[in-house]
Ligand binder design. Structure first.
Ligand code: ATP
Length: 452
């Protein structure tokens, strides 16, 4: 089901996923704060990426480089001269636009006449140390990639890697975007997940194809519907200064198809530039072919915030539920902020001790939430709306037979299982990894039916 951006912004605010930054001061445009649920979602996205791209592979290692770098880095990378967007102003309403967004040549807001385009550099500048002059100027990094390139030799030598291998990094990046908007799609501070994959030059095209497929599949494995994703190749006149070819993985956002991740063939541009500007030889000696060369680079570069938005939009669903509408976030269990909700049937004092016991046990294993306010039906709906895959309910029968109910978000099916931690943990782990709910674990469990 398609959901519009307003509904998603409102759900995110209402449930504590994402707030406007500095809201009590009227907000700072295009900056966002991730609340208790949003921070879990973002952690899960980064964790899923790191697990698939670093932990489960033998050819990629991680890095966490600093945001502030030697200013020469950005001269070598081409950002000081080239990382700029053409900007125009409307002579009537004074609104400022990226020239790309004014294809008709008139102000998209009021139709007014526009100024000639001027180039505007997107890097944020600040000063290093107490003296605020040109020699102390440093930049907030607009991408994490350059931190990887300048560490290429150190990482390769210390991790004892041979080509082909990659370096992965997750971190904040800053771009003084001319126009922002569409919620967390384009902001001035955001987080990136980047890999620079170093290869022998004559294998680069094959590796580019490999990464296109690998990265596309990462999104579908985590639940994004295939029909909402596509690959788009950049036209020659669209290529960034460093790219030999480039593809975008695009998602069908409410405002249309837009970039989720860029996968670029950077050739040896960066290593050659840094070799020239630093005077340090960054070439690679290939022991297999006994020759020395600059590796080529394939770069899959993804945004954490854009991914979060795509995962939320794609998971959103509404279905009729008696006289009401049930809103469900069908998030993949690996991404769901809360894995298990512990819900005593009511606040009856005989139920609470066992419920709190189960809660104390389970929160050691999963991100868990305890909720005993309002009717059980309302609490199920609340958990559905934030994407919690499973709820565990403690009722009066639990006090007699020491069994609790596990209820599944997507199907609303329920089973009864022993409340003991070993049993409950094993069952929930299996279900969170995709085992169907009606495959019953041993130990006295039984099928209960549907909620309601
Ligand atoms: P766009 O054309 O949308 O400005 P870009 O081509 O400049 O994006 P890249 O430099 O390829 O973007 O950055 C890689 C990824 O980083 C993007 O695919 C996106 O997910 C994320 N990203 C880039 N700029 C922003 C931003 N201003 N806000 C949020 N995410 C961003």
């Amino acid at each position: 089901m398609k959901v519009d951006m307003e509904k998603m912004v409102s759900l995110c605010k209402r449930r504590g996923f994402i707030f406007q930054s500095s809201e009590i001061y009227g907000g700072l445009s295009s900056c966002w704060d991730y609340g208790p649920l949003g921070v879990e979602l973002k952690r899960n996205i980064k964790e899923a990426w790191w697990r698939a791209m670093v932990q489960e592979r033998e050819d990629i290692v991680g890095l966490d480089s600093s945001i502030l770098m030697h200013p020469k880095t950005w001269v070598a990378s081409g950002h000081v001269d080239g990382f700029a967007d053409p900007m125009v102003d409307c002579k009537e309403c004074r609104q400022r636009w990226r020239a790309d967004d004014t294809k008709d040549g008139r102000c998209p807001d009021c139709g007014g006449e526009l100024t000639e385009p001027r180039m505007f550099n997107l890097m944020f500048k600040t000063f290093f140390g107490p003296v605020e002059d040109e020699t102390a100027t440093v930049y907030l990094r607009p991408e994490t990639a350059q931190g990887i390139f300048v560490n290429f030799a150190s990482v390769m030598n210390t991790a004892r890697k041979k080509l082909p291998f990659g370096i992965a990094q997750i971190g904040k990046a800053f771009r003084n975007e001319i126009t922002t908007g569409n919620f967390i799609f384009r902001s001035r501070e955001f987080e990136m997940m980047e890999i620079e994959f170093f290869v022998k030059p004559d294998t680069a095209d094959a590796w580019l194809n490999y990464w296109l497929e690998e990265r596309f599949n990462w999104y579908t494995k985590l639940g994004i519907k295939g029909e909402n994703l596509r690959l788009r190749q950049h036209a020659k006149d669209e290529l960034a200064h460093y790219a030999r070819s480039c593809y975008d993985i695009e998602y069908l956002f409410p405002m249309g198809w837009a970039e989720l991740e860029g996968i670029a063939h950077r050739g040896d541009f960066d290593l050659a530039q840094h070799t020239q500007f630093s005077g340090k030889d960054l070439s690679y000696f290939d022991p297999d072919s006994n020759e020395r060369y600059l590796p080529y680079v394939i770069e899959p570069s993804a945004g954490v915030d854009r991914s979060a938005l795509a995962f939320l939009l794609d998971a959103y669903d509404e279905e009729p539920d008696k006289d009401e509408i049930r809103v469900v976030l069908r998030l993949h269990p690996d991404l769901a902020p809360i894995k298990v909700a512990i819900l005593p049937l009511s606040r009856n004092e005989s139920l609470i001790p066992m419920a709190r016991d189960v809660y104390a046990d389970l929160r050691k294993c999963f991100v868990t939430q305890f909720d005993d306010a309002q009717s059980i039906g309302r609490r199920y709906r609340r958990q559905d709306e934030i994407g919690t895959p499973f709820s565990v309910t403690i009722d009066f029968q639990s006090l007699e037979d020491n069994q609790v109910t596990i209820r599944e978000r997507d199907s609303m099916k329920q089973i009864r299982v022993p409340r003991y931690i070993g049993e409950l943990k094993r069952t929930l782990e299996a279900k969170l990894s995709g085992e169907p709910l009606d495959v019953l674990p041993p130990g006295g469990s039984y099928w209960l039916g549907f909620e309601g």
